[in-house]
Write a protein that binds this ligand. Structure first.
Ligand SMILES: Nc1c(C(=O)O)ncn1[C@@H]1O[C@H](COP(=O)(O)O)[C@@H](O)[C@H]1O
Length: 178
C-alpha cells in the first residue's frame, strides 16, 4: 500500500498481519511527514524465498529504508538486513508470552557486519520517526519539518512541567519552563 502515483521510499514489513496493530504506528508517523511507504507481510520463516526477493529488490525499487516488525523468534529484520544494503529498522512485537523480550533479543543482538537499528518493544512510532530522520539527512525540507516536530515536542513537555508545578505547588514555581 502506498499513496497513488507516489513511489514508496520506506517499506514496512511484518511477519504476519497479526503484527499490524503494533506496526500501524510506523505508517502513521510516515504519513504525518508525508513520506510515501508500502506495507506487506514478509516472513523469513514462512516464506523465505519471497523474503529474500523482497530484500534483494528493495533498493532497486527505490526504497531508502526498511522497517521490519516481528514477534517471537523474530528473525525477519536480521535476515532482511543480510540481503539488502539499505538501513533496516527492527521493531520487536510483543506476543502473548514473554512480553516481547523474545522478539527484542532476537532482533537486537546482531552479529558484527549486519546492523539492525532496533527500537523498543512495540516502538513502531519511533521506527517511523527514525526512517524520517534517515531520509531528512538528504532532504532539507524534511529536515526543517523534523526540527519543527522537535520544537513541538519541547513545547508539550514544557507545558507538562508547568501543569505539574501548578498542581503540586499551587502556582507555577521555579523551573526551566517557567
Ligand atoms: N517472527 C516471525 C517471522 C519471522 O521472523 O520470519 N515470521 C512470522 N513471525 C511472527 O510470528 C508471530 C505470530 O504470527 P501469526 O499471528 O500469523 O501466528 C507474529 O508476531 C509474526 O511476526
Amino acid at each position: 500500500m502506498s499513496a497513488p502515483g507516489t513511489t514508496p521510499l520506506v517499506g514496512i514489513v511484518m511477519g504476519s498481519d497479526s503484527d499490524w496493530p503494533v506496526m500501524e504506528a510506523a505508517a502513521e508517523a510516515l504519513a504525518e511527514f508525508e513520506v510515501p511507504y508500502e506495507v506487506d507481510v514478509v516472513s523469513a520463516h514462512r516464506m523465505p524465498r519471497e523474503m529474500v526477493a523482497y530484500g534483494e529488490q528493495a533498493a532497486g525499487r527505490g526504497l531508502k529504508a526498511v522497517i521490519a516488525g516481528a514477534g517471537g523468534a523474530a528473525h525477519l529484520p536480521g535476515m532482511l538486513a543480510s540481503v539488502t544494503p539499505l538501513p533496516v529498522i527492527g521493531v520487536p512485537v510483543p506476543l502473548k508470552y514473554l512480553d516481547g523480550m523474545d522478539s527484542l533479543l532476537s532482533i537486537v543482538q546482531m552479529p558484527a557486519g549486519v546492523p539492525v537499528a532496533t527500537v523498543s518493544v512495540a516502538g513502531a512510532r519511533n521506527a517511523g520517526l527514525l526512517a524520517v530522520r534517515m531520509l531528512a539527512a538528504h532532504d532539507e525540507e524534511l529536515l526543517a519539518r523534523m526540527r519543527h516536530f522537535q520544537d513541538e515536542l519541547n513545547e508539550q513537555a514544557t507545558a507538562k512541567g508547568k501543569r505539574l508545578r501548578a498542581k503540586v505547588e499551587g502556582t507555577a514555581g521555579f523551573g526551566f519552563g517557567k
